[in-house]
Design a protein around this ligand. Structure first.
Ligand SMILES: Nc1nc2c(ncn2[C@@H]2O[C@H](COP(=O)(O)OP(=O)(O)OP(=O)(O)O)[C@@H](O)[C@H]2O)c(=O)[nH]1
Ligand SMILES: [Zn+2]
Length: 214
């Protein structure tokens, strides 16, 4: 069967090995269309897309975009479906989760760290720590703005873990502000989203001191 569509990332040799990048039926990106568009961009900037160094560039960009935007075709429910019962009623926080995303205004990267915390539900539903980082990556691998990335992560926790509280803090440098435009390398943007019991000032202060105490 021929298709214009291609999978976002190559399937692992053994899908049961589960490296988290296994193919998903809805994970489709139209690589030939990206390749044609990249060739057009190269022409538009005054380059020669047929010179040796650029010949494979459209294909490489298409492959890279398929990976960078794979999160469009995934659902946090898949990631947060794995939970287990644990009698833990206090804050669980994974901090300094590094990630790369793509600014939806300029299609250049923004990158930084996310801090993700929650207070488990009364029935003790907790998820694996790696799943919190997977949720960050899934939403980061989309055309994004930092504010939406932050709220999407916290809403995914609220929807799928039903925690008593949740907090997400994201710190990023936007290359659209560093390499072009206003040109302020090193400027950091910090966003936060808080839900439930994390609104309580003392609980929030505890979470923030854990996040900031490096
Ligand atoms: N709120 C928000 N703004 C962002 C984010 N990423 C980029 N931006 C901003 O989006 C804005 C787009 O502004 P425009 O005036 O439409 O575009 P522009 O002419 O390229 O703007 P400059 O970057 O100021 O040169 C810029 O101010 C960017 O700094 C983000 O994640 N959140
Ligand atoms: Zn931008």
């Amino acid at each position: 069967m021929t298709s214009n569509f291609d999978d976002d990332v190559p399937a692992p040799a053994d899908p049961s090995a589960g490296d988290g990048e296994a193919q998903h039926p809805s994970t489709k990106v139209d690589r030939p269309r990206i390749e044609a568009a990249v060739r057009e961009i190269l022409l538009a900037i005054g380059e020669d897309p047929d010179r040796g160094g650029l010949l494979d560039t459209p294909k490489r960009v298409a492959k890279a975009y398929a990976e960078m935007f794979a999160g469009l075709h995934h659902d946090p429910a898949e990631i947060l479906a794995t939970t287990f019962d644990l009698d833990h009623e206090e804050l669980v926080l994974v901090k300094d989760i590094p990630f790369y995303s793509t600014c939806e205004h300029h299609l250049v990267p923004f990158h930084g760290v996310a801090h993700v915390g929650y207070i488990p539900s009364h029935d003790g539903k907790v998820t694996g720590l790696s799943k919190l980082a997977r949720v960050v990556d899934m939403f980061a691998r989309r055309p994004q703005v930092q504010e939406r990335l932050t709220t999407q992560i916290v809403e995914a926790l609220v929807t799928h873990l039903k925690p008593r509280g949740a907090i997400v803090v994201v710190e990023c440098e936007h290359l659209c502000m560093s390499m072009r435009g206003i040109r302020k390398p090193g400027a950091k943007t910090v966003t936060s989203a808080v839900r439930g019991q994390l609104h309580d000032p003392a609980t929030r202060a505890e979470a923030m001191s854990l996040i900031l105490g490096r």
